[in-house]
Design a protein. Structure first.
Length: 126
């Protein structure tokens, strides 16, 4: 049985609930986007469950832990990758999964903790 023939269970992490079971024709990695029932989710973690059959462990099921995908307008290009939030803030995580440490759910616009990054002459590109 190929891994893509296995049932995949979708779990939303906040609020915690099971979204359902699906059969995917690809193996999503953390950071990938999944479209399910009209909503878009970001894969945070993928777990495999194995079962012992005929003295061998066989992959039985895949579980994906998801979060609701952030609004596309809040993504910025930073060093060739798409990240959430303002890359010019000192607290930016520079990640496609989390915005920052002090205000992870956002938005960045109007955030009272915004601290611009101090740019030194060696940081500036010619």
């Amino acid at each position: 049985m190929a891994a893509v023939d296995l049932p995949t269970e979708l779990h939303l992490i906040h609020p915690r609930r099971v979204l359902g079971h699906v059969y995917l024709d690809w193996m999503p990695q953390p950071g990938c986007l999944i479209h399910h029932q009209g909503s878009t989710y970001t894969v945070l973690e993928r777990r495999h469950r194995y079962q012992l059959r005929a003295s061998r462990y066989q992959l039985e099921k895949i579980t994906l832990y998801l979060q609701v995908c952030e609004f596309r307008g809040d993504r910025h290009s930073y060093q060739g990758e798409w990240i959430l939030g303002d890359p010019n803030c000192q607290f930016s995580a520079h990640s496609s999964l989390i915005r920052c440490a002090v205000n992870p759910s956002g938005p960045c616009e109007g955030c009272p903790q915004f601290q611009p990054i101090a740019i030194t002459p060696e940081d500036e590109s010619p």
